[in-house]
Each structure stands twice: as structure tokens, then as C-alpha cells.
Design a protein around this ligand. Structure first.
Ligand code: ADP
Length: 498
């Protein structure tokens, strides 16, 4: 199959969260299954620097865009996935992140930036960019690609469309006057199209117009049809529930693998778990904490956001630190949480190590060095850090929601005996409920080491590779093509898969 995979970030070209990991590793897995999958994303400065073997292969004119748009073709590092960067200097050539400036404020012209990106995706999808390549299917991701399916719906003959929700809370909603500047068909200002409670919504465009919708875990696919998790889209999603599937994210076995991870001081596997302790000692030193091999070391890595339940962790720390345990935290985001973290680190210098910032290597070392990873998210579409933790033998403590519920098996006595338990799961987003789960972890850790080891080994043995999930996507792609009466056979000629 010829597949165009559109995303606003892909590791290592640009990354703010889990989407980047998926947008890099899913195309690579699809390619291994002999599909001609090509990635397309905006040409941010870092992406232009990091892409391998770049060359400009096409220029195009897009409605509403004053610059000439250039397409840079190259390969995604470590994967050989062919990648197009949409180069529009006035929109993407600037410092800061993919969506926000260096102070973390969203770029005010984000609607224009991502509308232009969507138009470029459509030009490539319709083979109007002079690449002589026509995909049979376009796979968009999150609101930044939300206009791709609506724009393609205007074409008499078009590729099939899939749209994946990685986080429904970010919808790209803007007022009428913004809609008015984007040269979109007036009839789309309609509740059956892009209009959404008096605004227009990129996300709703993707949800209404794509042939199939997916999200990144089965539990989240059910949750988002309810008012609690739907962020206003629950009606749309319930209506389209026969076209909505939950497919769990896999993890990239090359990037996240304790056996070969170059960021670690010592690699390890189930067979030589004693080397994990070397990583623990190094991690404590890296975070400036006194080395106590016996003390249970908890960790958190991730955005410091209300979604992640960071406040629940901070609320329980004084009580937790009454016991001989330590914790390291790596993250950035909400300035209030950042300050609370720094204050608590100053208050508990022997027990709480904090690094405010974004550091990929540190994230790997935390996963390897900690004993247990705390992830009390209020909602979690899939969550990758708890899966990385399982792979690294770092027992996760998670709230029963979304992908956390689908990936971690609670350590009931029975589940421990049968070697199926992989972590500690709790229900309520309250400090007390989180503390209850942490207390169970502390009790388990204080038993003879064989108990804890059972959890570690069961987690490390669980298969979270992309192989299974990528096959689920392929099955879905085939259904989508069948619905459209598209046969992938003509696209096999010239495919460069393998
Ligand atoms: P989300 O996409 O909601 O932010 P995920 O758990 O799905 O959460 O993915 C988060 C990804 O971002 C993981 O790869 C994680 O290691 C990484 N990450 C988040 N914050 C940081 C940080 N401060 N430093 C390094 N990596 C981080």
C-alpha cells in the first residue's frame, strides 16, 4: 500500500510528546511490513537540520500562502522512512517549538500555519506536487491535520482517509473571523461540518470527514464517547462510533530497549537485572541525591500538566517522605507546578531530585534507574512512559484510565502468584487513592526481593512492539480501501518498501 502519514511532529525531527514517538515508529513498522509509507511534516528549523539526505524535490503554490512552498525530501533518521518537509519559511522558520514560542505561548497564526500544512498534504496526496506518487490512503494525526480529510472530500476521486486522535483535549478551535481568513468553503460553517459550539474546529473536521477514526487505546476509545472525557466531541464520536477503533500504541524497540540503550551507564536485560542497580546509583548521583541502594526510588517523567495528575504527586510527597524512599522528577510545563517541584526539592534535598526541562537522555536514564514510575493521569489516551517503564523493569503505579488501564495489570495477590501482575493500579484521581497504591508498592518492595522481581520480569516480558498494532492498522487500511472501492494493486508498482 502507498500511505501518506501526516503529523505535526515526529521524533527526532520535532517532539513535544507521545505523538512524535508514534509518528516515527508506526511508519517504520508499516514499512517493515512492506508498505510504501511516507511521512510528511512541517519544515521546522530543527527538522531541516536533522533530516537525513535532504534535497528539494518540488515547489508548489497554495491558496492563501504568499511564499512559494517547497518540499524537501529526505529520510527519517534510524528508520529509512521517506519523509517530506513542507517548507514555508514565513510560517515554520522561527525559534521555539512546533506550536509555541520560546515562552511557551501558542503562535497566534497556528490556524494559518496548519491550514497551509493540510493543503500541502492534500497536494501531495492528489499527486499535484510533481512527485509522481499517488497514495491510496492518507493517515492524519491530531488537530493539526484536521483539515486534510475535509479538503480531500472536495475531490471527485480521492485516497481513503484515516484520522487518529492522540489527545482529544487539544482541538484547534478558533472563532469565526479566523475561519473567514482561511478560504474554506462557507458551507463548512455548519454543525454537521466544522462548526463547533460557535467556533470552528480543526479536530472536528478530522472527526466528521475521515473515513475511519482511531485512537490510541481501546479504553480511551470508549471514554471519549462520554461527557467526562469527550471535551464536547462526545456527541460526534458517539455518532461515528461504528467508525471508531482503539489501537494500542507500540513502542520502538530500537530506541527504548534497556539491552542496547546508549544513554544508560550499563545495559541490562531480564537475565542480568543486577546491572539495573548500576543505573540506579548513577541516577541518584545525576540528580544530586545521596545513594541508598535499599530505598525505593520513585520517578516521574512527563509534561507538568493537570492532565497528568502532577498535583496529586506533589500533594502526597510530604507524607511519602516520612518513609525511607526517594524520588526523581523530570519535566516541564505549568509554571506553578515547576515552582512547587523546586520548593519541595529544596525542602527534601536528600529525598527529592528535580530537573525542570526537557532532556531525552535523562528520560531514558530515569526509566532505567528508578524502581517504580508514578503516572496518576486524570486521562491518558495511551501513555508511553508506563510502557517504557515496563520495558525497563521499572514497576508502574498508574490510575485506571485510558491506555494505562490497557497496559498495566494490578498486583493483586492472585495476579502476583500467577505472574501476570505488572504494576499497581488505583481508581480515583485523589491524593488518598494514589497514596494507597504507593503504599502497596512500598509493602511489596519490602518483602523478599522475589516478590518485586515477579512484577519486574512480567512487565519486561510483555510484548509492546509495534508488530501487533501495525497489523491492526493494516487491516483497517484494507477495510478503508474496500469501502472506497480502491484497490491497492496499482500502487504496488514502484513501491519502495522493504
Ligand atoms: P504525552 O504525549 O501526553 O506528553 P506520553 O506518555 O504519551 O505523554 O509521551 C511522552 C513522551 O515525551 C515520552 O517519550 C517521554 O519520555 C517524553 N517526555 C515528556 N517530558 C519529557 C522531558 N521533560 N524530558 C524528556 N522526555 C520527556
Amino acid at each position: 500500500m502507498k500511505i501518506l502519514f501526516a503529523a505535526s511532529e515526529a521524533y527526532p525531527l520535532a517532539k513535544t510528546g507521545g505523538l512524535a514517538d508514534v509518528a516515527a515508529s508506526l511508519p517504520a513498522a508499516l514499512k517493515r511490513l512492506r508498505n510504501d509509507v511516507r511521512l510528511i511534516l512541517p519544515a521546522y528549523p530543527a527538522a531541516k537540520e536533522r533530516i537525513e539526505k535532504p534535497k528539494t524535490v518540488a515547489s508548489l503554490e497554495l491558496p492563501g500562502v504568499h511564499d512559494t512552498v517547497q518540499l524537501i525530501e529526505g529520510t527519517l533518521p534510524d528508520s529509512s522512512v521517506r519523509t517530506y518537509l513542507v517548507d514555508i519559511p514565513s510560517l515554520f522558520e522561527r525559534p521555539g517549538g512546533p506550536y509555541a514560542n520560546t515562552d511557551g505561548e501558542d503562535w497566534s497564526d497556528n490556524p494559518a500555519r496548519f491550514a497551509a500544512f493540510c493543503r500541502a498534504v492534500v497536494a501531495v496526496a492528489m499527486d499535484r506536487a510533481g512527485l509522481d506518487w499517488r497514495p491510496c490512503l492518507v493517515h492524519g494525526n491530531d488537530w493539526q491535520t484536521g483539515l486534510v480529510a475535509p479538503l480531500l472530500s472536495l475531490e471527485p476521486i480521492r485516497p481513503a482517509t484515516i484520522f487518529t486522535i492522540h489527545n482529544l483535549a487539544y482541538q484547534g478551535n478558533y472563532p469565526w473571523h479566523v475561519f473567514n481568513t482561511l478560504n474554506l468553503p462557507g458551507e463548512w460553517w455548519n454543525s454537521e461540518a466544522l462548526e463547533f459550539y460557535g467556533n470552528f474546529s480543526f479536530m472536528k473536521g478530522g472527526l466528521m470527514f475521515s473515513d475511519w477514526l482511531t485512537t490510541v487505546s481501546p479504553t480511551y476509545s470508549r471514554e471519549i464517547r462520554t461527557a467526562e472525557f469527550g471535551y464536547g466531541m462526545e456527541g460526534v464520536l458517539s455518532k461515528r462510533s461504528d467508525r471508531l477503533l482503539g489501537i494500542l500504541n507500540g513502542v520502538d524497540n530500537l530506541t527504548w530497549n534497556p539491552v542496547r540503550d546508549p544513554a544508560l551507564v550499563k545495559n541490562y536485560s531480564i537475565r542480568n537485572l543486577k546491572h539495573k542497580v548500576r543505573n540506579k546509583v548513577a541516577l541518584l548521583e545525576e540528580f544530586g541525591l545521596p545513594v541508598d541502594r535499599e530505598a525505593l526510588l520513585f520517578a516521574y517523567v512527563g509534561r507538568l500538566a493537570y492532565q497528568k495528575g502532577v498535583d496529586l504527586i506533589l500533594d502526597i510527597l510530604p507524607e511519602l517522605f516520612d518513609q525511607p524512599v526517594q524520588m526523581v522528577l523530570l519535566g516541564s510545563g505549568d509554571k506553578g507546578y515547576e515552582q512547587r517541584c523546586r520548593d519541595l526539592a529544596a525542602q527534601y534535598p536528600e529525598q527529592f531530585g528535580v530537573f525542570i526541562g526537557y532532556d531525552e537522555g535523562k528520560a531514558h536514564r530515569v526509566e532505567a534507574g528508578a524502581d517504580s514510575f508514578i503516572m496518576p493521569s486524570r486521562y491518558e489516551p495511551c501513555g508511553l512512559n508506563q510502557i517504557y517503564s515496563l520495558r525497563y523493569g521499572t514497576v508502574p503505579i498508574v490510575r485506571h484510565t485510558g491506555g494505562l488501564a490497557d497496559t498495566v495489570v494490578d498486583a493483586t495477590p492472585r495476579a502476583i502468584m500467577t505472574r501476570t501482575a505488572t504494576g499497581f493500579v488505583f481508581d480515583d484521581a485523589t491524593p488518598a487513592s494514589l497514596m494507597g497504591a504507593i503504599q502497596r508498592a512500598i509493602t511489596c518492595f519490602s518483602r523478599p526481593p522475589v516478590w518485586w522481581r515477579k512484577l519486574v520480569v512480567a512487565g519486561m516480558e510483555t510484548d509492546f512492539s509495534w508488530t501487533v498494532s501495525a497489523r491492526d492498522y493494516i487491516a483497517l487500511y484494507k477495510d478503508a480501501l474496500n469501502d472506497q472501492g480502491i484497490t491497492p494493486t496499482d500502487s504496488e508498482q514502484g513501491a519502495d518498501a522493504g
